[in-house]
Write a protein that binds this ligand. Structure first.
Ligand code: PXP
Length: 242
């Protein structure tokens, strides 16, 4: 089975918000992503609502037909309330601080064990699949198992950064982390800085990869190739037979 492509539409909201009106239309873009083949839509509402607004999340819910993934830090009560109201297919917990430019580290699953156990069981009881953002570090994967999470999302920035200089070395910690997650029965998602250039090598080498969430590179590529073509190109890169 190929990993699913969840398109992160934060960037669309950033462009819209820069002019105050409704262009581009976030809801239309999300539905078009699905129509063009994306198997999921990801949003990351941040407390300052600088891209995705809380209202967007409410508006998207009845329109989406694929997997809705909401990312954010559960330390924000507003985020927890939103997720419980919307009941998406998946919530991805990210340890961002307020005002952070973009996610830049995974959870310390050992230090935050008690807290993560509490939040994960809260979401799971509501029927929401849970995923937690983690670095490709065996100790963090073992810690993730203790939290009861359904999945982890591997933070792929270091893989992407070193891909051009030494891709075999760059992927090594991710292969080890994925093997450990498979052994422990934790599902594997991945995201951050994945691109047309580095995606196929990642998908081919990570055993049991279930989903990637991609925003920045995909939306940037769409400027050149168009959204429909771009989504097709990313889906093609997820083919492990390529
Ligand atoms: N996963 C998480 C937890 C993120 O915060 C982001 C960025 O919002 C992504 C994946 C997607 O990263 P990118 O925009 O670099 O594709």
């Amino acid at each position: 089975m190929e990993a699913k492509l969840s398109v992160n539409i934060n960037k669309i909201a950033t462009i819209r918000n820069s002019r105050g009106a409704n262009t581009p239309d976030l809801l239309k873009v999300a539905m078009d992503c699905e129509r063009f083949g994306a198997q999921g839509i990801t949003v990351h509402p941040r407390p300052d609502e600088r891209h995705i607004r809380y209202k967007d999340v409410h508006d998207l819910k009845p329109l989406l037909t694929t997997e809705f993934n909401i990312e954010g830090n559960p330390k924000e009560q507003k985020f927890v309330d939103l997720v419980m109201e919307i009941k998406p297919a998946q919530v991805t917990l990210v340890p961002d601080v307020t005002g952070q430019l973009t996610s830049d580290h995974g959870w310390d699953t050992i230090e935050n064990k008690a807290y993560l156990i509490e939040m994960i069981s809260y979401f799971k009881k509501a029927g929401i699949r849970t995923s937690i953002f983690v670095d490709a570090d065996i100790k963090m994967i073992e810690g993730a198992k203790e939290t009861g999470t359904d999945r982890i999302e591997l933070y792929t920035e270091s893989y992407a950064r070193h891909f051009n200089s030494d891709k075999e070395k760059a992927i090594q910690p991710f292969i080890s982390a994925a093997k450990k997650a498979n052994e422990l029965g934790i599902g594997i998602n991945a995201g951050h800085d994945l691109s047309l250039e580095n995606l196929n090598y990642f998908a081919k080498n990570i055993p049991g990869l279930l989903e990637v969430s991609i925003g920045h590179a995909l939306i940037s590529d769409a400027l050149y190739y168009g959204l429909e073509n771009t989504i097709q190109l990313y889906l093609r890169q997820l083919k492990t037979s390529l």
